[in-house]
Ligand binder design. Structure first.
Ligand code: GLY
Ligand code: MN
Length: 461
């Protein structure tokens, strides 16, 4: 974790951001995560602290909660000292007071005392939950029914937390750079070791090894696949065959919790074939178009549309789209081949703060399109200096989707359905980098990683 003053400053900034929004009294409750059992109580998933708790308190241990009294500014940490049984089975750990001092918190209480503090607070402010245990605890603290807990989350708290967390401080950017550096090593390891005859799980094991050996973890379950046309595939049982493509979408989480998220697509043989090369070039052109548009004040929606126009123009050159590129994109015809958004914010979460609600994080009150493809854009609002986000255009041939649209005659004015038969098995290509918006533009995070076709093929050779 960072030094205690960082968390003291963040909690003060939260209090100020809430006061700006007219909330000057009440108790903010931050519930940390507990252990989450896989199949019986003592067999838990690897522990991951709640990111809001990590941001405002910094402590990565399970079983903690914290409160901030908005009137006085006083913070409390709720947790237990280790029992002898815990010391025997899991080893010694700091007392609650020792943990609190690491976060600049002077007062500690037993975890059970949170309920009485919450009930005596005039107003309770909490964030939305994504785990059943947390929701159950918030139901108890707030007196709301379990199913009504998230509807009672404080909008002002959500907005204040987003306003702080979306602008990365220098120490956070250093951690993000660290996560991306390990992520680059993961991708290079896959690029140089993948061979026809291996299984997808061999590559997934290799990249996981790099992430764990760095002292960190994975920032999300690896997408490592020969079936790149399925956007979020998490099965790894196929065998790599020469002539195919491998798509790796994987990232490391630094020990501090900050995430990296890159995607690389490469031929399983030594070279892209003609069709693969055409797809790859189109995706790189969309990537370049998106990156060229990045600057503070620019709507991320416009960045997405720049990438969509490049995808559509490339498909038109291949004869797969027809008509005016602008019109095809406005109608959403390109989304048959590019059904997701250009990117999302990255921070302590790989999709940063998505637990607060995508519309709060990415749209801030703007209307979200319902058009297929555009509806999946997670971030659309104007960029600000200090934001970190992914850039990840892709091009996919999804046989089931093509069949459905063809049967409906959807966008038949723009889509050359008669030419698609020979592309149905072409698979998918995605390219992803992590970018920081700067006062004058934007810069890519992490060490050099050349994704040009020549560089990819030289790794494969
Ligand atoms: N890296 C997976 C995603 O961004 O959805
Ligand atoms: Mn991503």
């Amino acid at each position: 974790m960072f030094e205690a003053q960082v968390y003291v400053r963040r909690r003060e900034a939260l209090r100020a951001a809430l006061a700006e929004r007219g909330v000057k009294d009440g108790l903010v409750v931050l519930v940390g995560n507990g252990e989450s059992p896989m199949n019986y109580l003592d067999n838990a998933y690897p522990f991951r602290q709640d990111s809001s708790f990590l941001y405002f308190v910094g402590l990565a241990q399970p079983g903690l909660a914290a409160s901030i009294d908005l009137g006085s500014g006083k913070a409390r940490l709720y947790g237990e000292d280790p029992s002898m049984s815990e010391i025997v089975w899991s080893g010694p750990r700091p007392t609650a007071a020792e943990l609190a001092s690491l976060s600049g918190i002077a007062e500690t209480r037993k975890r059970a005392e949170l309920a009485s503090d919450a009930s005596s607070a005039g107003r309770l402010l909490y964030l939305p939950s994504y785990r059943a245990e947390t929701r159950a605890e918030l139901a108890e603290l707030s007196g709301r029914a379990y199913a009504a807990v998230d509807a009672g989350a404080s909008l002002e708290l959500i907005r204040a937390a987003i306003a702080l967390r979306e602008i990365k401080a220098e120490e956070e950017i250093a951690e993000l750079e660290r996560a991306v550096a390990v992520t680059v090593e993961m991708h290079k390891a896959a690029l140089v070791t993948s061979r026809a005859g291996m299984r997808e799980s061999d590559i997934v094991a290799r990249v996981t090894q790099v992430a764990l050996a760095s002292g960190g973890a994975l920032s999300f379950p690896v997408i490592g696949t020969t079936k790149g046309a399925t956007l979020h595939i998490h099965s790894y049982g196929r065998t790599l065959a020469s002539g195919g493509l491998f798509l790796l979408d994987a990232g490391a989480e630094a020990p501090s919790g900050y995430a990296g998220d890159l995607t690389t697509t490469f031929p399983i043989g030594k070279r892209f074939d003609e069709r693969q090369r055409a797809m790859y070039d189109i995706v790189l052109s969309a990537h370049a178009a998106a990156c060229a548009a990045l600057a503070p004040g620019v709507d991320f929606l416009e960045v997405h549309l720049a990438s969509a126009r490049a995808i559509a123009a490339g498909l038109k050159e291949l004869g797969l789209l027809k008509g005016e590129v602008e019109e095809a994109v406005a109608a959403g015809a390109h989304a048959l081949f590019y059904p997701h958004g250009i990117g999302h914010m990255i921070g302590l979460d790989v999709h940063d703060m998505e637990c607060y609600g995508e519309d709060h994080v990415g749209y801030e009150g703007r209307a979200r399109s319902e058009q297929f493809g555009l509806a999946s854009l997670r971030l659309a609002k104007p960029l600000k200096s200090g934001m970190v986000h992914s850039v990840e255009p892709g091009l996919y041939f999804i046989p089931e989707l093509i069949a459905q649209w063809k049967a409906e005659g959807r966008h038949a004015r723009f889509i050359a359905y008669d030419k698609l038969a020979s592309w149905l098995d072409a698979g998918g290509v995605r390219n992803e980098e992590d970018w920081l918006v700067t006062p004058s533009g934007a810069r890519r995070l992490g060490p050099a990683f050349d994704k040009s076709p020549a560089a990819i093929e030289s790794h494969r050779a």
